[in-house]
Design a protein. Structure first.
Length: 364
């Protein structure tokens, strides 16, 4: 194997895939990337056995070949080389030689046959959407995914096709975020759970304005975008029936300026309990009073003018959950609907049903 590439041409695919290369690996091959040079095309593959990324670039190949080499070391070398430098890469024996200007590096390799590659997946449905659309769905819901929950099916995001809608839903059992977008054609009903790491990696890759293909298989999801192929295993489990968790609209509806409400929550939260992050909302016709206290017997209180017509309610929430939801709501105004002090709160943008956020109350 022998090829020459501009520094920037080699850097781009390495930066695209490096997110899934694990630093501490039980299998040494997984800290390597698979480098394949063939017919003027270079492909770089990285995997952690759950998520696989393949990025391509055009290079000048003298002889075809494939090998695996440390992803981080190769990336560090490319970053350290001055801009505009041509990098010559060649395989001699068990060492990969990298030359750039007056610098020369010899890297250890492992055979490409040992590298685990995801075979072609059998796609049930293929959906063509814009990067902006999928990026928006992930942005509005990813913060509600669970982390290392024993209910393994919560450690990811539900992607659901239903008729003309593509829906993303995430919940950790204490809060839920749902966002949906209308598609140009009808699709069969299908639910897949993409693991947390895959969702975060996908979010990192979304940067362009182009189109992307989502292939939904029975065990994998595959997404093609901008010369990068993303493949992720799916979580095998049944996602909760999220429709039953979303409260119906209530007559107790509070409408506030989103920026003012967010600012008041952030200020009051300074003196909340650092572990539980609890904050009390005292909601009346005259407005809402935000209260927080901590074990040091310090207290914070702020009054906020809001539009409200309903029963007087005192209710507690984890302030971080409220702030996350408010951060995902678009527009200047926000509505909070709550049935009573023991019921979940529904947060959304007035007149917009595309995104809904549910936060369970907490006892203070």
């Amino acid at each position: 194997m022998k090829f020459t590439a501009a520094r920037e041409a080699l850097l781009k695919p390495l930066q695209a895939v490096i997110g899934v290369v694990e630093r501490r690996q039980t299998m040494p091959i997984l800290s390597n990337v698979l480098v394949i040079a063939r017919n003027g095309q270079l492909s770089v593959t990285a995997t952690d056995l759950e998520v696989e990324l393949v990025a391509t670039a055009e290079v000048d190949t003298e002889s075809d070949g494939e090998i695996t080499v440390s992803g981080r070391k190769l990336l560090d070398i490319c970053r350290a080389v001055p801009e505009g430098t041509d990098i010559k890469v060649s395989l001699s024996g068990e060492k990969l030689s990298v030359r750039a200007g007056r610098s020369r590096f010899n890297l250890a390799t492992l055979p490409s046959a040992e590298f685990p590659v995801v075979e072609d997946i059998k796609a049930g449905q293929v959906i063509l959407v814009s990067q902006e659309l999928l990026g928006r769905l992930i942005e509005k819901t990813h913060f509600s995914m669970a982390q290392q929950d024993v209910r393994y099916y919560l450690n990811g995001m539900l992607l659901e096709t239903s008729g003309k809608f593509l829906r993303a839903v995430a919940t950790d059992g204490h809060r839920l975020a749902l966002s949906q977008a209308e598609l140009s054609s009808n699709f069969d009903e299908q639910q897949v759970i993409v693991p947390r790491k895959g969702v975060l990696e996908l979010q990192r890759l979304m940067s362009g304005d182009g189109e992307l293909n989502i292939e939904l298989g029975s065990n994998h999801v595959r997404i093609q975008l901008d010369g990068i192929r993303f493949t992720s295993k799916l979580i095998d489990g049944r996602f909760p029936e999220y429709d039953r968790v979303i409260p119906k609209e209530s007559s107790n509806e509070l409408k506030a300026d989103r920026g003012e409400f967010r600012g008041a929550l952030q200020r009051t939260a300074i003196l909340s309990n650092e572990k539980y992050r609890g904050i009390r909302l005292v909601i009346r016709d005259s407005g809402v009073v935000l209260q927080a206290h901590n074990p040091e017997q310090e207290e914070a209180e702020e009054e906020l003018e809001v539009e409200y017509s309903g029963e007087d309610i005192e209710i507690g929430f984890n302030v971080n959950y409220l702030l996350d939801a408010l951060g995902a709501v678009e527009g200047d105004a926000v509505t909070l609907s709550v049935q009573d002090s023991n019921s979940s709160c529904l947060i959304r943008q007035p007149g917009n049903d595309e995104s809904k956020f549910v936060v369970m109350p907490m006892r203070l």
